[in-house]
Design a binder for this molecule. Structure first.
Ligand code: PXG
Length: 295
């Protein structure tokens, strides 16, 4: 039996959940999305994800044809219809059906769809031993071209760097911006620990304003750990005491090596482990209840 998919206001079987070949989301990558986690029957940081979705949409002049409240209910309904208590929600808004030619103003109505499914995780060994990263030759897209703050359907910049990671025998790559500063990874934000302080690149360097990034910064501050957002170079990463990545799919992933060189002791550091535990506790106990969800 397939999944129940929310598509333009109603739940339909997966086999009927179809998007037109004239949808500009497909033709031009014109649209926005969110990836959201479900833990223990609760949707984690749903409000924050929806706020970012609306900001991304605003930035590309896309009017989402649903309110925030309607989207909350639609996410809950889709999880409930699929009996999902732990997994992953993919919420997508496309520009909608139009004509050949870029003009978004000729598209009739944006499409909204929600998939509630399971998620493919990094292997458990990565959380125990740490991940090996490489630095991609592909630069993070210049904010003057397309702001990396927009979580759009156009992920080719990240995919090109991901290809480099896979070719190098790993799964994630560090992306630098056009000035040579560290921006983020292909689908994760990056942090370092040095001298007991936590540092992560600013969004102005090309980092997505990651929801997990925000949660980790808040957890660290709550532990009395100083947190800052300076521009970071590759030197800063290579000489750090600890390094880890954050993302909705990845959660918190320790980094053991960058470009074949050990970071710190070459295994998950003490502050990383402490934050991983605090994060796990938070995900178990907070979030928007799916509830019976009013089918
Ligand atoms: N940077 C980029 C470029 C991302 O795409 C993050 C950082 C981390 O942000 P969050 O808000 O997740 O902490 C992302 C997130 C997917 C998928 O299905 C992608 C992301 C998250 C979840 C699923 O490819 N990217």
């Amino acid at each position: 039996m397939g999944l129940q998919i929310f598509l333009d206001g109603r739940l339909v079987p997966e086999s009927e959940a179809k998007i037109s070949v004239f949808d500009h989301g497909l033709l031009y990558g014109d649209g926005v999305f969110e990836g959201i986690r479900v833990y223990n029957g609760r949707i984690f940081k749903l409000q924050e994800h929806l706020q970012r979705l609306f900001r991304s949409a605003r930035a590309i002049a896309l009017e989402i044809p649903m309110t925030m409240e309607e989207l909350v209910l639609a996410c809950r309904r889709t999880c409930a219809a699929n009996g999902l208590r732990d997994g992953y929600i993919r919420l997508v808004v496309t520009r909608g059906v139009g004509y050949l030619g870029l003009n978004p103003y000729r598209c009739s109505r944006p499409s909204v769809f929600i998939i509630a499914a399971t998620i493919e995780l990094y292997p458990e060994s990565v959380y125990r031993d740490g991940l090996k990263l490489v630095t991609a030759a592909t630069q993070r897209i210049n904010p003057a071209a397309v702001s990396p703050a927009i979580k759009s359907l156009n992920y080719l910049n990240n995919i090109l760097a991901k290809i480099e990671a896979v070719q190098a025998g790993t799964v994630e790559a560090i992306m630098l911006n056009s000035q040579g500063y560290v921006a983020e990874c292909t689908g994760d934000n990056i942090f370092i620990v040095r001298g007991g302080r936590l540092e992560t690149p600013p969004t102005s360097a090309g980092a997505l304003d990651g929801i997990t990034r925000g949660v980790v910064m808040e957890l660290a501050r709550g532990m009395g750990i100083p947190v800052s957002e300076p521009n970071l170079t590759r030197y800063d990463l290579l000489t750090a005491d600890e390094c880890f990545l954050t993302g909705t799919a990845a959660e918190i992933v320790p980094v053991a090596e960058i470009d074949g060189r050990k970071i710190g002791a070459g295994r998950p550091g003490p502050l990383t482990l402490k934050l991983m535990e605090a994060f796990r506790n938070l995900t178990r106990t907070s979030g928007t209840e799916i509830g019976d969800a009013l089918q």
